[in-house]
Design a protein around this ligand. Structure first.
Ligand SMILES: NC(=O)c1ccc[n+]([C@@H]2O[C@H](COP(=O)([O-])OP(=O)(O)OC[C@H]3O[C@@H](n4cnc5c(N)ncnc54)[C@H](OP(=O)(O)O)[C@@H]3O)[C@@H](O)[C@H]2O)c1
Length: 331
């Protein structure tokens, strides 16, 4: 079968690895003779992958690197083609969607093993492309807000003022929608009002600012950051001294220690500062699928590419010219 994989070593034989030797996009190769994976354990499903997505900074994820990982891609929509003998919940022919664990990937391929924790049945009102655009981004948003920050999903019990950075991005779009659906007040900060304001209003954001003017905001209870770098550093000045700050930007895993050392978080020692990695979860996917079925959220696709074009698509994922939504890989 065809699959897009990461070459394990540089041309001089040095293994790629996180953080010192992150593979460049040129290390992505697409052989057509990769063996079709085989189910070996209870809880595994073999699926024919119909669509997957591209994550900006995917090659910066430390889980990608040896010993186990080779085939890239985490989001999937597809058809179940084999189930373990003990399987009760899924059958051959089921249409499913979900996200594989970060340390396994596997869905930039014609066939992939996924687990029953990672897959749920795909609602009929979603195309393969729309379905693939949802899981990883929506799971990250759901777990950021309701598991890690611990927001109430019914804000009549206490509405919070929440600042979201990168709100027009793949994950940011779901952060805004979930927080608004739960009744919280959302301040959406992006790099350009001109490019993002009407879109952010359309998904329910209450206040819109640019990063350069975040300092003028009334203080917020919660910050959820998807951008990192200077934008994340600037968030300390906006958060209440007993607030919660969470980032999941791929390059920000060490931000708490770094910001403390550099004095960036000085005076905000009472802030609960968190970093998170999203996990596959049927419970989260069930909640997300309920929103999809009610028409509360949808999968946004900015561009569709073929498996042959994933390297270029990965390189273009940093560009801001591709519209709102995920780059989807049609397999
Ligand atoms: N920890 C986890 O579990 C986990 C899971 C999935 C993804 N991630 C990471 O989360 C981050 C956000 O993912 P995403 O899929 O939401 O990304 P995205 O849609 O590509 O981008 C999010 C926002 O980042 C800003 N941005 C885009 N290109 C940029 C550039 N060249 N320089 C600076 N900012 C730029 C944009 O904001 P503006 O419109 O304001 O410019 C964009 O809306 C990535 O780092 C991704 O790897 C982490």
């Amino acid at each position: 079968m065809r699959a897009a994989r990461i070459r394990p070593t540089c041309s001089d034989g040095t293994p790629y690895g996180f953080p010192g030797n992150v593979a460049p996009s040129s290390a992505i190769e697409i052989p057509d003779n990769v063996p079709v994976p085989q189910i070996s354990k209870p809880g595994e499903l073999l699926i024919q992958v119909k669509a997957s997505t591209v994550y900006k900074d995917n090659l910066e994820w430390n889980e990608l690197y040896p010993p186990s990982h080779a085939t890239l891609g985490n989001d999937f929509s597809g058809i179940v083609v084999a189930v373990h003998d003990s399987e009760q919940d899924f059958r051959v022919g089921d249409h499913v969607y979900g996200m594989t664990h970060a340390n396994r990937g596997g869905t930039w391929a014609e066939y992939a093993i996924v687990t029953t924790e990672e897959a749920v049945k795909k609602p009929d009102n979603l195309s393969w492309e729309e379905a693939a655009a949802i899981p990883g981004s929506a799971l990250t948003a759901d777990q950021a807000l309701f598991r890690h920050v611990g927001l109430d999903d019914a804000a009549q019990n206490g509405q919070k003022r929440i600042l979201i950075t990168g709100p027009a991005g793949g994950i940011g779009t779901f952060l805004v929608q979930f927080a608004v659906l739960a009744g919280h007040h959302v301040v959406a900060a992006s790099s350009s009002n001109e490019r993002n304001e009407s879109f952010l209003r359309s998904i329910g954001a209450n206040e819109i600012v640019e990063y350069t003017t975040m300092g003028t905001l009334d203080k917020v209870d919660v910050v959820v950051d998807s951008v990192g770098s200077q934008v994340l550093a600037d968030c300390w000045s906006v958060i209440k001294s007993d607030g919660t700050l969470l980032s999941f930007d791929a390059c920000s895993w060490g931000y708490r220690e770094e910001h403390k050392e550099k004095g960036i978080s000085k005076g905000k020692e009472g802030v609960r500062a968190l970093y998170m990695i999203a996990e596959p979860s049927r419970e989260s996917m069930a909640r997300i699928t309920e929103h999809v079925a009610k028409g509360n959220i949808k999968g946004r696709v900015s561009k569709v590419v073929s498996l042959s074009d994933v390297r270029e698509a990965y390189e273009s994922a940093h560009s801001r010219g591709i519209g709102h939504g995920k780059i989807v890989v049609l397999i």
